[in-house]
Design a protein around this ligand. Structure first.
Ligand code: ZN
Length: 409
């Protein structure tokens, strides 16, 4: 007899599970679901631990790439600085070469001048030497007077002295120019050396930069791989969490069914309009005394009105109404009229009942078994109503209680 009842209950659960169209494998025993849930929870923990490691690896790579970026910026600045210096040095070298060319031209001119003056001097000395004292005497004897003689003699002496002085001066100028040229050439060789050093520094900086580039590319690639891995892990976790949620919902349903079968009252309810959270804003009329919105007289409001729109701005009209707990449909009024309009009354066991009024239409029939969260209708404004809302009542042993004083999960 006991076995038969348990068998019946099992078939009942199986039928319920199938009726709900669950994608999960339908287990006969709730313990199997608990086993599944435990295994999923363990897997999730491990997956999340792995993801934590992936995230910290990604953080490490991001820091590395940031450092490389900074280094790259510095390397580029250095390279730019070196290129500026090289350009400046090249300009300096060109100027120096110009200066040297100018000095060389001056030296050539001086040499030419020197050659001419030396020639003059030699000619004069040669003439004086060849003719010897004769020529001098000639000069002297041909003087018209003593003073003329003195002046003639002095003139020749002065001429030679002047020629000699000039040649010496030109030679000194030439020597000074050559010294200048030597100094300039020395400077030039230093500049060329510095230029070569700068060139070498630039080559090294370019090498450093290309190494940084290669390093950056390598880490970028690695980062992309880790990011792809993270996306994969996120997807895996999301899918696993979806399974977890479904199994949890299934366990909740099975527990509810067991409770209804045992005739125990529900230990909690679920909010009867999907997506319309239990916030004061959505409760437009509370349980208790109020002025009736249509008849304008004091009246006891035996339930709560859930209305307006949800956080996404969607109006409540047409939204699904769900069973606040598992149970059996006690009564359905499927046509408009009366105060409640289209409404449904469900018994949950232990003397608990819930009532859902002003529906646009209902999706259940009298005597049907419903599970917690299952859709039973759609929000409308049938019956004595001023707009789309759900009038929700909670009865305990036939007494209308304040629904918000009950626990919701
Ligand atoms: Zn109401």
């Amino acid at each position: 007899m006991g076995i038969k009842i348990r068998h019946k209950a099992l078939v009942f659960i199986l039928v319920m599970v199938m009726a709900l169209g669950l994608v999960l494998p339908a287990h006969a025993d709730i313990d199997d679901y608990y086993d599944d849930l435990e295994s999923i929870n363990e897997q999730l923990e491990e997956m999340k631990e792995n993801r934590k490691q992936t995230k910290s690896e990604l953080d490490r790579l991001r820091d590395l790439l940031d450092d490389l970026d900074r280094e790259m910026y510095k390397a580029e600045e250095e390279l730019k600085d070196l290129e500026d210096k090289i350009l400046a040095m090249e300009e300096k070298i060109a100027e120096q070469e110009k200066l040297i060319a100018e000095v060389e031209a001056s030296i050539a001119e001086t040499e030419e001048y020197l050659a001419i003056q030396t020639e003059y001097l030699e000619q004069r000395l040669c003439a004086m030497y060849k003719n010897g004292s004769v020529s001098y005497l000639e000069v002297l004897f041909s003087a018209s007077s003593f003073s003329d003689f003195l002046s003639r003699f002095g003139f020749i002496r002065l001429l030679i002295e002047s020629d000699t002085e000039l040649v010496a001066e030109i030679e000194a100028t030439k020597a000074s120019l050559e010294a200048d040229k030597e100094l300039l050439a020395e400077e030039l060789s230093l500049q060329i050396q510095r230029h070569a050093e700068l060139d070498a520094a630039r080559a090294k900086a370019e090498e450093d930069k290309s190494q940084l580039n290669a390093k950056t590319l390598r880490y970028e690639e690695l980062k992309e791989e880790v990011q792809a891995e993270l996306a994969k892990q996120n997807k895996g976790i999301a899918s696993m969490e979806e399974d977890q949620k479904q199994i949890e919902a299934e366990i909740k349903r099975l527990l509810e069914l067991e409770r209804v079968r045992a005739g125990n009252p529900p230990s909690f309810l679920t909010w009867p309009v999907l997506g319309f959270d239990r916030v004061p804003y959505n409760i437009t009329s509370s349980y208790g005394w109020r002025i009736h919105p249509i008849r304008k007289v004091w009246q006891f409001h035996p339930g709560i009105d859930i209305a307006r729109y949800n956080r996404r701005g969607e109006s409540i009209g047409g939204k699904p109404i769900v069973a606040a707990a598992s149970g059996t449909v006690d009564f359905v009024r499927s046509y408009d009229g009366g105060g409640y309009g289209i409404y449904v009354l469900i018994s949950h066991g232990g003397g608990y009942q819930t009532l859902y009024a002003h529906m646009r239409y209902t999706t259940v029939k009298k005597g049907q078994v419903v599970t917690i969260g299952q859709q039973i209708g759609v929000v409308g404004t049938t019956g004595s109503s001023t707009g789309n809302h759900l009038h929700f009542e909670l009865w305990v042993m036939g007494e209308k209680k304040n629904p918000v004083e009950f626990e919701y999960k």
